[in-house]
Ligand binder design. Structure first.
Ligand SMILES: Cc1cc2nc3c(=O)[nH]c(=O)nc-3n(C[C@H](O)[C@H](O)[C@H](O)COP(=O)(O)O)c2cc1C
Length: 221
Protein backbone atom coordinates (compact mmCIF):
# COMPACT_ATOMS: atom_id res chain seq x y z
CA UNK A 1 0.00 0.00 0.00
CA UNK A 2 1.48 3.36 -0.95
CA UNK A 3 1.31 6.37 1.34
CA UNK A 4 -1.51 8.09 -0.58
CA UNK A 5 -3.63 4.97 -0.32
CA UNK A 6 -2.88 4.63 3.39
CA UNK A 7 -3.86 8.26 3.97
CA UNK A 8 -7.06 8.17 1.94
CA UNK A 9 -8.23 4.76 3.19
CA UNK A 10 -7.75 5.74 6.83
CA UNK A 11 -10.91 6.92 8.48
CA UNK A 12 -12.38 6.80 11.91
CA UNK A 13 -13.90 3.31 11.81
CA UNK A 14 -16.67 2.79 14.35
CA UNK A 15 -17.46 -0.88 13.91
CA UNK A 16 -14.95 -3.71 14.34
CA UNK A 17 -15.10 -7.50 14.25
CA UNK A 18 -13.79 -9.50 17.20
CA UNK A 19 -10.98 -11.03 15.07
CA UNK A 20 -7.90 -10.69 17.27
CA UNK A 21 -5.00 -8.45 16.26
CA UNK A 22 -1.76 -10.43 16.53
CA UNK A 23 0.73 -9.06 19.06
CA UNK A 24 3.54 -9.29 16.48
CA UNK A 25 1.61 -7.02 14.09
CA UNK A 26 1.11 -4.44 16.82
CA UNK A 27 4.81 -4.63 17.69
CA UNK A 28 5.75 -4.17 14.03
CA UNK A 29 3.48 -1.12 13.70
CA UNK A 30 4.64 0.48 16.93
CA UNK A 31 8.31 -0.20 16.20
CA UNK A 32 7.95 1.59 12.85
CA UNK A 33 5.81 4.40 14.32
CA UNK A 34 8.65 5.16 16.71
CA UNK A 35 10.32 6.80 13.68
CA UNK A 36 7.73 9.61 13.83
CA UNK A 37 9.42 13.01 14.20
CA UNK A 38 9.41 15.07 17.39
CA UNK A 39 11.06 18.33 18.38
CA UNK A 40 14.62 17.59 19.59
CA UNK A 41 13.67 13.92 19.32
CA UNK A 42 11.92 14.00 22.72
CA UNK A 43 9.54 11.21 21.59
CA UNK A 44 7.04 12.42 24.19
CA UNK A 45 4.46 9.69 23.55
CA UNK A 46 3.76 6.97 26.10
CA UNK A 47 1.52 4.32 24.61
CA UNK A 48 -0.25 1.49 26.40
CA UNK A 49 -1.59 -1.30 24.21
CA UNK A 50 -4.46 -3.21 25.75
CA UNK A 51 -6.08 -6.44 24.57
CA UNK A 52 -7.78 -9.53 26.00
CA UNK A 53 -8.86 -9.64 29.64
CA UNK A 54 -7.62 -6.16 30.62
CA UNK A 55 -9.47 -4.54 27.69
CA UNK A 56 -12.62 -6.50 28.50
CA UNK A 57 -12.34 -5.29 32.10
CA UNK A 58 -11.85 -1.69 31.00
CA UNK A 59 -14.86 -1.86 28.69
CA UNK A 60 -16.90 -3.42 31.52
CA UNK A 61 -15.96 -0.71 34.01
CA UNK A 62 -16.55 2.11 31.52
CA UNK A 63 -19.86 0.54 30.46
CA UNK A 64 -20.99 0.53 34.09
CA UNK A 65 -20.25 4.23 34.32
CA UNK A 66 -22.21 4.91 31.14
CA UNK A 67 -25.23 2.97 32.46
CA UNK A 68 -24.99 4.72 35.85
CA UNK A 69 -24.78 8.11 34.06
CA UNK A 70 -21.69 8.69 36.18
CA UNK A 71 -20.31 12.23 35.83
CA UNK A 72 -17.22 12.55 33.67
CA UNK A 73 -13.84 12.79 35.38
CA UNK A 74 -12.37 16.20 36.02
CA UNK A 75 -10.71 17.30 32.81
CA UNK A 76 -6.94 17.52 32.47
CA UNK A 77 -7.18 19.39 29.16
CA UNK A 78 -9.99 21.01 27.19
CA UNK A 79 -11.09 19.04 24.15
CA UNK A 80 -12.28 22.16 22.28
CA UNK A 81 -12.39 25.91 22.86
CA UNK A 82 -15.54 26.82 24.84
CA UNK A 83 -17.16 28.68 21.92
CA UNK A 84 -16.19 27.39 18.49
CA UNK A 85 -16.16 30.23 16.02
CA UNK A 86 -16.64 30.04 12.26
CA UNK A 87 -15.65 27.97 10.28
CA UNK A 88 -14.99 25.38 13.01
CA UNK A 89 -18.51 25.52 14.41
CA UNK A 90 -19.99 24.78 10.97
CA UNK A 91 -17.50 21.98 10.37
CA UNK A 92 -18.39 20.36 13.68
CA UNK A 93 -22.12 20.59 12.89
CA UNK A 94 -21.55 19.11 9.44
CA UNK A 95 -19.57 16.25 10.98
CA UNK A 96 -22.34 15.53 13.53
CA UNK A 97 -24.91 15.55 10.76
CA UNK A 98 -22.85 13.19 8.57
CA UNK A 99 -22.10 10.83 11.44
CA UNK A 100 -25.59 10.53 12.86
CA UNK A 101 -27.56 10.57 9.62
CA UNK A 102 -25.44 7.61 8.43
CA UNK A 103 -26.83 5.77 11.47
CA UNK A 104 -30.40 6.90 10.69
CA UNK A 105 -30.46 9.16 13.77
CA UNK A 106 -32.46 12.41 13.60
CA UNK A 107 -30.68 15.65 14.42
CA UNK A 108 -32.70 16.25 17.63
CA UNK A 109 -32.83 12.61 18.86
CA UNK A 110 -30.49 13.22 21.79
CA UNK A 111 -30.97 9.76 23.33
CA UNK A 112 -30.06 7.92 20.12
CA UNK A 113 -27.00 10.16 19.74
CA UNK A 114 -25.97 9.31 23.30
CA UNK A 115 -26.39 5.58 22.61
CA UNK A 116 -24.20 5.87 19.50
CA UNK A 117 -21.60 7.85 21.44
CA UNK A 118 -21.60 5.21 24.21
CA UNK A 119 -20.10 2.75 21.71
CA UNK A 120 -16.86 4.69 22.21
CA UNK A 121 -16.44 3.01 25.58
CA UNK A 122 -16.82 -0.42 24.03
CA UNK A 123 -14.11 0.57 21.52
CA UNK A 124 -16.78 0.02 18.86
CA UNK A 125 -16.25 -3.72 19.39
CA UNK A 126 -12.49 -3.59 18.68
CA UNK A 127 -10.31 -6.30 20.25
CA UNK A 128 -7.33 -3.99 20.77
CA UNK A 129 -6.84 -0.44 21.97
CA UNK A 130 -3.99 1.97 22.41
CA UNK A 131 -4.00 4.65 25.10
CA UNK A 132 -1.68 7.55 24.44
CA UNK A 133 -0.32 9.50 27.38
CA UNK A 134 2.01 12.47 27.59
CA UNK A 135 4.05 13.84 30.46
CA UNK A 136 2.12 16.69 32.07
CA UNK A 137 5.23 18.94 31.89
CA UNK A 138 5.09 18.93 28.11
CA UNK A 139 3.85 21.91 26.12
CA UNK A 140 1.93 22.49 22.92
CA UNK A 141 4.79 21.51 20.59
CA UNK A 142 5.05 18.11 22.27
CA UNK A 143 1.25 17.60 22.09
CA UNK A 144 1.63 18.21 18.38
CA UNK A 145 4.39 15.56 18.27
CA UNK A 146 1.88 13.15 19.79
CA UNK A 147 -0.51 13.85 16.91
CA UNK A 148 2.18 13.01 14.37
CA UNK A 149 2.93 9.80 16.22
CA UNK A 150 -0.71 8.75 16.35
CA UNK A 151 -1.26 9.44 12.64
CA UNK A 152 1.85 7.42 11.87
CA UNK A 153 0.42 4.53 13.90
CA UNK A 154 -2.91 4.80 12.07
CA UNK A 155 -1.28 4.79 8.63
CA UNK A 156 0.88 1.80 9.47
CA UNK A 157 -2.23 -0.02 10.72
CA UNK A 158 -3.71 0.50 7.24
CA UNK A 159 -0.61 -1.12 5.74
CA UNK A 160 -1.42 -4.17 7.91
CA UNK A 161 -5.06 -4.27 6.73
CA UNK A 162 -6.22 -2.88 10.06
CA UNK A 163 -8.39 0.12 10.89
CA UNK A 164 -8.55 2.46 13.85
CA UNK A 165 -10.52 5.18 15.56
CA UNK A 166 -8.71 7.79 17.68
CA UNK A 167 -10.86 8.62 20.71
CA UNK A 168 -10.65 11.60 22.99
CA UNK A 169 -13.86 10.13 24.45
CA UNK A 170 -11.70 7.95 26.69
CA UNK A 171 -10.32 11.04 28.42
CA UNK A 172 -13.69 11.58 30.11
CA UNK A 173 -13.24 8.26 31.93
CA UNK A 174 -9.50 8.71 32.43
CA UNK A 175 -9.64 7.49 36.04
CA UNK A 176 -11.21 4.20 34.96
CA UNK A 177 -8.51 3.83 32.31
CA UNK A 178 -5.89 4.52 34.99
CA UNK A 179 -7.39 1.88 37.31
CA UNK A 180 -6.71 -0.76 34.64
CA UNK A 181 -3.39 0.57 33.27
CA UNK A 182 -1.80 2.06 36.41
CA UNK A 183 0.16 4.78 34.58
CA UNK A 184 2.56 6.92 36.64
CA UNK A 185 1.01 10.11 38.08
CA UNK A 186 3.08 12.38 35.85
CA UNK A 187 1.25 11.21 32.73
CA UNK A 188 -1.88 12.78 31.23
CA UNK A 189 -4.16 10.69 29.02
CA UNK A 190 -4.59 12.38 25.66
CA UNK A 191 -6.72 9.78 23.89
CA UNK A 192 -7.53 6.16 23.27
CA UNK A 193 -7.51 4.45 19.90
CA UNK A 194 -9.62 1.46 18.90
CA UNK A 195 -7.74 -0.96 16.67
CA UNK A 196 -9.00 -3.93 14.71
CA UNK A 197 -10.50 -5.31 11.53
CA UNK A 198 -13.45 -3.35 10.15
CA UNK A 199 -16.95 -4.76 10.47
CA UNK A 200 -18.05 -3.93 6.93
CA UNK A 201 -21.73 -4.41 7.83
CA UNK A 202 -21.68 -1.19 9.89
CA UNK A 203 -22.85 1.80 7.84
CA UNK A 204 -20.89 5.02 7.74
CA UNK A 205 -20.64 8.26 5.82
CA UNK A 206 -17.22 9.37 4.68
CA UNK A 207 -16.53 12.66 6.40
CA UNK A 208 -15.81 15.49 4.01
CA UNK A 209 -12.99 18.01 4.04
CA UNK A 210 -12.85 21.74 3.48
CA UNK A 211 -11.78 22.82 -0.01
CA UNK A 212 -8.01 23.23 -0.29
CA UNK A 213 -8.29 27.02 -0.63
CA UNK A 214 -9.88 27.22 2.85
CA UNK A 215 -6.91 25.66 4.59
CA UNK A 216 -3.90 26.19 2.32
CA UNK A 217 -2.42 29.41 0.95
CA UNK A 218 0.16 29.21 -1.79
CA UNK A 219 2.51 32.19 -1.75
CA UNK A 220 4.26 32.08 -5.09
CA UNK A 221 6.94 34.12 -6.75
C1 LIG B 1 -7.49 13.44 18.49
C2 LIG B 1 -8.76 12.87 17.95
C3 LIG B 1 -9.76 12.47 18.81
C4 LIG B 1 -10.94 11.91 18.33
N1 LIG B 1 -11.89 11.46 19.21
C5 LIG B 1 -12.95 10.76 18.75
C6 LIG B 1 -13.84 10.14 19.66
O1 LIG B 1 -13.72 10.24 20.88
N2 LIG B 1 -14.85 9.39 19.16
C7 LIG B 1 -15.04 9.25 17.81
O2 LIG B 1 -15.98 8.55 17.41
N3 LIG B 1 -14.21 9.84 16.90
C8 LIG B 1 -13.17 10.57 17.35
N4 LIG B 1 -12.27 11.12 16.47
C9 LIG B 1 -12.46 10.93 15.03
C10 LIG B 1 -12.89 12.21 14.31
O3 LIG B 1 -14.26 12.45 14.52
C11 LIG B 1 -12.60 12.01 12.82
O4 LIG B 1 -11.21 11.83 12.64
C12 LIG B 1 -13.03 13.21 11.98
O5 LIG B 1 -14.42 13.40 12.06
C13 LIG B 1 -12.65 13.01 10.51
O6 LIG B 1 -13.20 11.81 10.04
P1 LIG B 1 -12.28 10.64 9.46
O7 LIG B 1 -11.17 10.39 10.41
O8 LIG B 1 -13.23 9.44 9.35
O9 LIG B 1 -11.80 11.08 8.12
C14 LIG B 1 -11.12 11.75 16.94
C15 LIG B 1 -10.10 12.18 16.06
C16 LIG B 1 -8.95 12.72 16.56
C17 LIG B 1 -7.86 13.12 15.60
Amino acid sequence: MDVYEAVTSRRAVRGFTDRPVPRQVLERVLSAAAWAPSGSNLQPWRAYVVTGGPLAELKRRAGERVVAADPWDEREYEMYPPALKSPYHERRSAFGHERYSALGIERDDWEARQRAAAANWDCFGAPAALFCYIDRDMGRPQWSDIGMYLQTVMLLLRAEGLHSCPQMAWSVYRQTVAEVLSPPDELVLFCGMSIGFEDVTVGYARTGRAPLAETVTFVEG
